[in-house]
Write a protein that binds this ligand. Structure first.
Ligand SMILES: CC(C)(COP(=O)(O)OP(=O)(O)OC[C@H]1O[C@@H](n2cnc3c(N)ncnc32)[C@H](O)[C@@H]1OP(=O)(O)O)[C@@H](O)C(=O)NCCC(=O)NCCS
Length: 157
């Protein structure tokens, strides 16, 4: 599995963002907000412009999944954002590979905590608990937002 790391201004960002957006529009098939390709593209660009990172997985034939790491403006907290794996490649550990990469990257960049917003019955919730994420229970607030899950990056070193 080839993981492509996309940062703002990296070579060929334009076409890479379009590749992520092409996957993101498929989220509609899973009952998530079905947006247009243009909207998804603009969203991915906005994540990159706020110093976020996109991790895109390619199986050697086509793009199979992505995870977004969104930088929070305040403090040393990063947010794990949208994630998607194409249906035929699910349960093969692609989300896990991408999320582990995001966690390692966040540690290297000196972040203290990673937060995630996930639905109570969301498919990614169970996976994140395996990585050491814990229920936030309102302990950490970022502006008006209260994340659902928190990972202490310093403890999980
Ligand atoms: C949630 C989502 C991103 C997970 O992607 P994925 O690549 O299938 O995730 P993984 O393969 O890493 O892990 C999923 C499960 O497969 C299992 N798994 C991983 N590798 C496996 C293998 N080789 N054999 C069998 N099972 C395996 C994991 O243990 C995990 O099991 P669990 O659900 O019981 O915890 C994907 O299901 C998806 O895109 N869903 C629709 C959109 C969505 O819900 N996005 C998240 C919110 S934005």
């Amino acid at each position: 599995m080839n993981v492509i790391e996309i940062r703002a201004g990296s070579v060929d960002t334009n076409s890479l963002v379009l590749r992520v957006a092409n996957l993101a529009v498929k989220l509609g098939d899973d009952g998530y907000n079905a947006s247009t390709l243009e909207y998804e593209q603009a969203f991915v660009f906005s994540v990159l412009e706020s110093k976020g990172v996109v991790y895109l997985a390619n199986n050697g034939k086509y793009d199979v999944g992505f995870v977004l790491l969104e930088e929070m403006v305040r403090g040393r907290v990063v947010q794990l954002g949208l994630a998607y794996t194409v249906p035929e490649m699910r349960r093969k550990g692609i989300f896990e590979i991408l999320t582990r990469r995001a966690i390692e990257d966040a540690k290297v960049h000196g972040f203290g905590k990673m937060v995630a917003h996930v639905a109570a019955d969301g498919k990614s919730r169970k996976g994140l608990l395996k990585f050491g994420f814990e229920e936030n229970k309102g302990k950490l607030t970022i502006g008006n937002e209260v994340p659902d899950l928190v990972l202490d990056l310093e403890k999980s070193r």
